[in-house]
Design a protein around this ligand. Structure first.
Ligand SMILES: NC(=O)c1ccc[n+]([C@@H]2O[C@H](COP(=O)([O-])OP(=O)(O)OC[C@H]3O[C@@H](n4cnc5c(N)ncnc54)[C@H](OP(=O)(O)O)[C@@H]3O)[C@@H](O)[C@H]2O)c1
Length: 369
């Protein structure tokens, strides 16, 4: 139904937008009379955004102007100042994770300033600095978003940092503090330890005092993971990571393996676990884990397996606020330094996708509208 919230599923929340292609216009279209808008000035309802019209390579990302519209009840319109790049953006672009409809604006994370709010939104006001993660439609200069998916960003945290940390940082928080509650005695294996999620995991594990073993794809990445607090680092392009984990743990194995690589590290990740250890499969950077016989979990030591998603862990407003609040505290007190390694203009997001897919990036990447 035009103008309504289109869908909500376990991967992402979608918001009402009108994405008619209007390339070639000068963007000076004025907003219609909007009784709900709090600010006095008329605003354009057009903004630049990056859409895909079909699934494909980085060339499928197209820059143009779209109509944004005015916030419906329960929504806010924000002007984004920084947008987080995440691996899920690649799954959306390629169609590994299907989008509800095309064309679509991809991107799941951003930070910016509230420009307008719809009826019933009481706890946000024009000018508030906010950020979000897990709401499709991020690759845009302005966007509509359900107000209850926004969190206010403390003034100790700048917008680039906020945009870089919401999705990756909240992911680390739920993985290490909820999916498996890591403590000082925990031995954890974390793949891709020098990536966006990975470098935050190194620092979070260090702050807990847990014994983190990280895998990485180059010696430079190994150095970076170590500098961020990872106690043992394995270059899995050169070394057999199962054998090295056994060596490091005196043959005992790990309590938990956090695996975002998917196809290439399955089933080897299971061989890194202690009996009754937990395999947390939370991503597919190399492709999805193939279907497998559940009996493998019994054969390899009565293992637990889970396939979590940030969207489930932050679906309830209270959980979102608890997660973001703890993350903000960690960053504000300096326990976590958000590792922004590079920014790209939003318009050049294709280059950023190419680098991320080619394993050429480290830490977090931010797009500037
Ligand atoms: N389930 C959730 O809630 C959730 C939330 C956030 C992120 N994730 C997942 O966490 C993972 C990390 O996300 P991120 O945004 O921080 O990305 P990232 O770790 O910065 O980048 C992905 C990394 O994966 C490694 N990799 C190994 N094999 C690869 C391959 N065949 N192709 C590409 N990369 C490969 C590379 O590091 P090396 O060169 O060191 O191997 C690469 O740098 C992704 O799988 C993502 O889907 C899941």
């Amino acid at each position: 139904m035009p103008g309504s919230i289109v869908a909500e599923n376990h991967h992402y929340f979608l918001v009402r937008t009108r994405h008619q292609p209007v390339e070639g216009q000068d963007g000076s279209v004025k907003a219609k009379d909007v009784g709900l808008r709090q600010q006095q000035n008329t605003e354009t309802t057009m903004a630049h955004a990056v859409r895909i019209h079909d699934y494909g390579g980085p060339e499928a990302l197209s820059w143009g102007r779209v109509e944004i519209g005015d916030p419906a009840p329960g929504e806010a319109r924000i002007r984004q100042t920084a947008i987080g790049l995440n691996y899920i953006d690649i799954y959306h672009r390629t169609g590994l994770y299907k989008l509800p409809s095309l064309p679509a604006i991809i991107g799941m994370e951003g930070a910016g300033v509230v420009e307008a709010v719809g009826a019933g939104v009481c706890d946000l006001k024009i000018g508030d600095h906010v950020a979000y993660a897990g709401v499709l439609g991020g690759y845009a200069v302005e966007r509509l978003i359900p107000a209850d998916k926004l969190v206010r960003v403390p003034n100790t945290i700048d917008d680039v940092t906020a945009a870089a940390m919401m999705l990756q940082g909240m992911t680390v928080r739920y993985l290490l503090r909820e999916t498996y509650r890591c403590a000082a005695e925990t031995i954890l294996l974390f793949h891709a330890a020098a990536g966006g999620v990975g470098l935050i995991a190194c620092q979070w594990a260090k702050s807990i005092g847990a014994n983190m073993i990280g895998t990485v794809g180059s010696d430079e990445k190994a150095q970076l993971a170590k500098e961020n607090g990872c106690r043992h680092v394995i270059n899995y392009r050169k070394e057999d990571f199962v054998a090295r984990v056994r060596e490091i743990t005196d043959g005992k194995g790990c309590d938990v393996v956090y695996d975002s690589i998917g196809k290439d590290t399955f089933p080897a990740s299971l061989d890194c676990l202690k009996p009754k250890g937990m395999w947390v499969s939370f991503g597919n950077a190399s492709g999805p884990v193939p279907p497998f016989d559940l009996g493998i979990l019994s054969l390899k030591g009565s293992l637990y397996a889970t396939r979590p998603s940030l969207m489930t862990y932050t679906e309830r407003r209270a959980d979102l606020l608890a997660n973001a609040g703890e993350l903000f505290d960690m960053v504000t007190k300096g326990a976590i330094k958000v590792p922004v390694s590079r920014t790209y203009p939003l318009k050049e997001v294709g280059q950023a996708h190419r680098a991320l897919e080619a394993r050429k990036t480290t830490g977090s990447i931010v797009l500037l509208p």
